[in-house]
Design a protein around this ligand. Structure first.
Ligand code: PGA
Ligand code: ZN
Length: 441
């Protein structure tokens, strides 16, 4: 190690996220003077097996304050990391994990840990004189894939006071040829959707991630309106612009039973699968995240057996960015893609392990923001630097979202001729079991 990349100081700072809640910013300084900075995001619809944020509790800031986590950065993490090589992400992250000493990262707090872990990566890249994406790519030559954006048009679920049950009504632009074109098309669809809401007297602001507030009489009405918005924007629903859903079913499903408050129905596991089957038949849906609840492995398995050959099935609450869970799911034939949220684990090393496990099993990957975000753009650099083919950031408004999309435009420009837009790589992951391709669940 050259002394220049040795960690000299780690500073914790209390800043605020897009919900106006305190969160942790970490600043890492290396001996040679390079500085890296990163901010922890925060989820609202969390998987129960996620690494947990450290929050102060009590009555101040509704219990969401992070003074304890910020103090942990300066008082515990800084002395433990001092002298470690900032280029050695594995050593740094292992030190964080050892210092935390818990399985769910409640010792230091996943918010403290991920902010520091990401800030170390930025500092190391800075010391190498490179942007983070390039530093993470290493000495790789040739084309570089830019991720397909997955962008919310209507919010819902826990991000919209449960106005509708489904959490994210999103689009992807498989027909676009560049990130820039995909974002242009998305901007038009987002605008058209806003016009449709306004014309029908339903314009009521935006949800947590910037998607239009879902003033709909049913979940399905949101799907109908989304198709209308795509058409009004002058795009063909399906091959040009397709629909992607995050059902986030853990929010309303338990023990194989699903309570759809908006549709006024309580569905069993098979009825829930049939509901989604109807939507798949009627709407151009290419991807569904958490179609069943995190405690419903049986339902997830049945759903994957029936639709995994044709639809991307993403585990978020179900897989929680955990390499071991991804391996187990792949071996059982559950899901075919994983949502990758660094703060669900707490370190970059473990987040990358999860993506490597996913790739080894032919799973798709989607790097994802949280509903509580900031101007931090680390996830854009991870998606490009690790060559993950999709990126989910929420909607197409509010600067904590636009900061990411704008950064992606910068990365596409910086790559120039080397840039290849991921487009839609169909994740027809065939589960290992030979019976898995049949429709009999
Ligand atoms: P969260 O939701 O950040 O509120 O957990 C995002 C998602 O479910 O994908
Ligand atoms: Zn989700």
């Amino acid at each position: 190690m050259t002394r220049a990349t040795s960690i000299e100081h780690v500073h914790g700072r209390r800043v605020f996220d897009s919900r106006g809640r305190p969160t942790v910013e970490a600043e890492v300084r290396l001996q040679g003077g390079a500085v890296g900075r990163a901010i922890a995001p925060a989820g609202a619809s969390k998987g129960s097996a996620e690494a947990v944020d450290r929050r102060d509790g009590g009555s101040v800031m509704g219990g969401h304050d992070v003074r304890g986590a910020v103090a942990a950065v300066g008082e515990r993490i800084a002395p433990a990391l001092r002298g470690l090589n900032g280029r050695d992400q594995v050593a740094v992250d292992e030190a964080l994990i050892a210092l935390d000493g818990t399985a769910n990262r409640s010792g230091l707090g996943a918010n403290a840990m991920i902010a520091v872990s990401m800030a170390v990566a930025w500092a190391a890249a800075e010391a190498a004189g490179q942007p983070l994406w390039r530093y993470l790519l290493g000495d790789r030559q040739g084309p570089v894939t830019l991720p397909l954006p997955e962008i919310q048009i209507f919010g819902g679920g826990a991000h919209a006071a449960r106005r509708v049950d489904i959490q994210d009504f999103m689009i992807v632009c498989p027909g676009a040829e560049t990130v820039a074109q995909a974002l242009d098309w998305t901007a038009e669809v987002y605008r058209a959707a806003g016009e449709l809401m306004a014309e029908s007297g339903r314009l009521a602001g935006v949800a947590d991630e910037g998607g239009w507030w879902p003033v709909f009489a049913s979940n399905e009405e949101a799907l109908e309106t989304l198709v209308q918005a795509i058409e009004r924007a002058g795009r063909r629903p399906g091959d040009e612009v397709a629909i992607s859903l995050d059902v986030a079913a853990s929010e309303f499903g338990r023990d194989g039973s699903y309570r759809l408050a908006r549709d006024g129905r309580e569905l069993g596991r098979d009825a829930m699968i049939e509901l989604l089957e109807g939507w798949l038949a009627r709407y151009p849906i290419v991807s569904i995240e958490d179609p069943l609840a995190e405690d419903d492995a049986e339902g997830f398995l049945r759903f994957t057996r029936r639709f995994g050959h044709a639809v991307q099935i993403i585990g978020d609450d179900f897989l929680v960015t955990d390499a071991a869970r991804v391996r187990a799911a792949a071996q059982t034939g559950i899901a075919n893609a994983v949502l990758i949220k660094p703060n669900q684990r707490g370190t970059l090393m473990e987040t990358l392990e999860c993506w490597k496990a996913a790739k080894a099993y032919g799973f798709g990957g989607i790097v994802s923001a949280r509903s509580g975000e900031t101007e931090d753009v680390t996830i854009c650099h991870l998606a490009v630097g690790w060559q993950v083919p999709q990126l989910k950031v929420g909607s197409f408004s509010r600067s904590e979202r636009m900061a990411k999309w704008n950064e992606l435009l910068r990365l596409e420009e910086a790559l120039g001729d080397r840039a290849r837009f991921a487009g839609w790589a169909p994740y027809a992951a065939s589960p290992p079991s030979p019976s898995a391709s049949g429709r009999s669940a």
